[in-house]
Design a protein around this ligand. Sequence first.
Ligand code: URA
Length: 258
Amino acid sequence: MRDPYLQAMGIEQWVRREPHLHQSDVAEEKHDVPVKVLPAVAESSAEAVTPIPVMELSPTQSRQSHNVDGLDWSGLESRVSECRICDLHATRTHTVFGMGDRNADWMIIGEAPGADEDKQGEPFVGRAGELLTAMLQAMKLRREQVYITNILKCRPPQNRDPSQDEIRCCQPYLHRQIELLRPKVILAVGRIAAQSLLERDETMKAMRGQRFEYADTGIPVVVTYHPAYLLRSPTEKRKSWQDLQFALRRFAEQGGRS
Ligand code: URA
């Protein structure tokens, strides 16, 4: 039964009406009628290939040591909380390190904290976070069972896209988190997360459904839409459900049990 999963993600369900029940149904009986009609949303930037701007490292950035090899979870978390390597430290309220089970099989990687996350210091706590929770629920996973983090640990002002430089500065933190967690599957949500993790510059369309691995670790990476994009384009939720099912298959291939 997949309907409860689709429902959990808020996917519109199409119901075939029984013909000739009521006169008032006659106008609709030729068609499958959506339970709820939602406005069509234009393709978002999630599908576009916007090059991430490249900047040179500032003197502050090149002065600071950035070796996190050998740090354990708490050492890494405190290093992140003190980080001043890129300019985002000046505008952040809190760093957002990540949260969840540090022995999880599943790692969910988003783009960067937004306003709510910056305020609370936790990833995916806003509306996009609610949808992410529903996506996990559709996969029979609870938030506490997975580990959730972002490419960037600080919020870019006005939620602008992260720059290449910011991504590069934050990359060792994420890499160490992946080393410590050694998840069975990484779910990259959104174009920026997917492109940064995989070091590719393809569209979401090109990356979805492909069998990627993170660096040379053998850890499968599955690409799906960012929940914020799905909030703007709910009709894409069906495709996202296909991605989640693909992720579950890759998880099973790794010996994971749902
Ligand atoms: N969007 C993200 O990519 N990450 C968050 O933590 C919140 C919103």
